[in-house]
Design a protein around this ligand. Structure first.
Ligand code: NIG
Ligand code: FE
Length: 419
């Protein structure tokens, strides 16, 4: 199938020099083309340019043939699809009971201590069938796709036994086969210490290292390894051991760090050359320094900070220090029950003072980097995958984070196909 989108008011995030990620000051640059066209063939971006030059282009001659689907995008903008590099969308049911407890004043940690939180989702997931988990996750994938997401990372971590962690990862593998979205999978056996291991945390870490990791790697079920390195969850030492074991089995780290305290997670992530370190509500000079000397992408999850009413990560300070930033949804039933990346952009700009250009870079090219997809997705570039969306009629790209809560996505194209 070929698609020609004409009269695009503004084509956003075009990339001619193919940067892998954008850092610091460059985050406030957003290359665009006004009054543009975009030509897609066999799922790939084949050409784009100004409408003025269109009639002289090769694409003009192709478009005269009748196998091209033409779309007039007058008044609308075209963006690369969002790359959501941190989610937990394989889970059973929902946890609005805890939400009510939260409204009544309990903290996330208090809820977790009472057997709620991650352990609650683990109990449910252990009893759910693979088929039911696939169905529920597919519905969530469909939902995020129609809100503009074209690539997503999905974690295990609600299994917490070898058997159920493998079940979750098999579900993710199935989703990779069925869904048109680009999907990466992450093994998060060290998400919480299961109730049976209470007081014996290091034995659970041994289980993750000696049984789960070899099994996951043996079946090639994960792209990355994650640990929830934070106060009340896994220590810096636990994380060090798990990451080392994961790397030995070919799993690159991509970890939860510094959500609840200065956990040392950022430093241990950088030490093992993590692809990303995520959350980072507790980030000060030392953490920024560690990140500056690394290839690790700091990824902020403002949906979780909002939902848990925490102080937001110091995004401004981090960008001003020269760091890149990605933003992701953290879509999960406990701390961020939303996968709406448009809302994430609004939270990024309103709560963390990121400029519209910075939030757009954070949810496209930098999100792609945080999933190792920067050469395939994250910008409008020749040869990249045609995962893009056409917006509603909007006055400017700043309207995307500005008009929070409403859907600004009109037409979704994934792998060159209208969804
Ligand atoms: O990213 N921080 C750890 N894990 C999830 C929460 C998962 C849950 O509460 O179910 C998060 O916020
Ligand atoms: Fe998370």
């Amino acid at each position: 199938m070929k698609i020609l989108i004409r009269n695009i008011k503004q084509l956003v995030q075009i990339d001619r020099n193919s940067p892998e990620k954008v850092c610091g000051k460059a985050m406030s640059d957003l290359p665009t083309l006004e009054n543009a066209y975009l030509f897609i063939e066999e799922g790939i971006i084949r050409a784009f340019g100004k409408m003025d030059a269109f009639s002289q282009s090769d694409i003009f001659f192709q478009a005269t043939k009748n196998d091209v689907k033409e779309i007039d995008a007058s008044g609308r903008m075209v963006f690369p699809s969002f790359c959501d590099s941190h989610t937990h969308i394989v889970y059973d049911g929902s946890r609005e009971i805890e939400y009510i407890d939260k409204i009544r004043g309990l903290s996330y940690e208090q809820i977790a201590k009472r057997g709620g939180g991650i352990l609650n989702s683990a109990k449910r997931l252990q009893n759910a069938s693979e088929l039911s988990l696939i169905d529920q996750a597919l519905e969530r994938l469909q939902e995020i796709k129609m809100m503009g997401t074209g690539a997503v990372e999905i974690k295990s971590g609600y299994g917490l036994t070898a058997e159920s962690e493998m079940k979750m990862l098999r579900v993710i593998r199935k989703l990779k086969e069925i869904s048109p979205l680009a999907i990466k999978s992450t093994f998060l056996g060290a998400h919480a210490v299961p109730a049976e291991y209470k007081g014996r945390q290091s034995e659970y870490v041994d289980l993750v290292i000696n049984e789960m990791i070899p099994e996951v790697a043996g079946e090639d079920l994960a792209d990355y390894i994650d640990v929830f390195c934070d106060r009340g969850f896994f220590t810096e030492e636990d994380t060090d051991r798990i990451l080392m074991a994961g790397i030995k089995h070919g799993l690159k780290p991509k970890i939860h760090a510094n959500e609840l305290d200065f956990s040392g997670g950022i430093q241990v992530g950088v030490k093992y050359n993590a692809l990303s370190v995520d959350h980072l509500e507790f980030t000060a000079e030392k953490e920024i320094e560690a990140l500056l000397n690394s290839d690790t992408m700091p990824c902020l999850l403002p949906g979780a900070a909002f939902f848990l009413e925490m102080d937001f990560p110091p995004a401004r300070k981090m960008i001003d220090a020269g760091l890149p930033l990605a933003l992701a949804s953290d879509y999960n039933p406990g701390s961020s029950p939303s996968g709406n990346m448009q809302l994430i952009m609004s939270l990024g700009s309103i709560k963390m003072k990121m400029l519209p250009e910075e939030v757009i870079n954070a949810v496209t090219i930098n999100g792609a980097y945080a999933m190792d997809l920067q050469h395939e997705l994250g910008s409008i570039a020749l040869g990249k995958k045609a995962n893009v969306f056409i917006s509603h009629k909007i006055p400017s790209y700043a309207f995307m984070p500005y008009a929070f809560g409403s859907n600004k996505v009109h037409t979704v194209i994934i792998n060159g196909k209208i969804q």
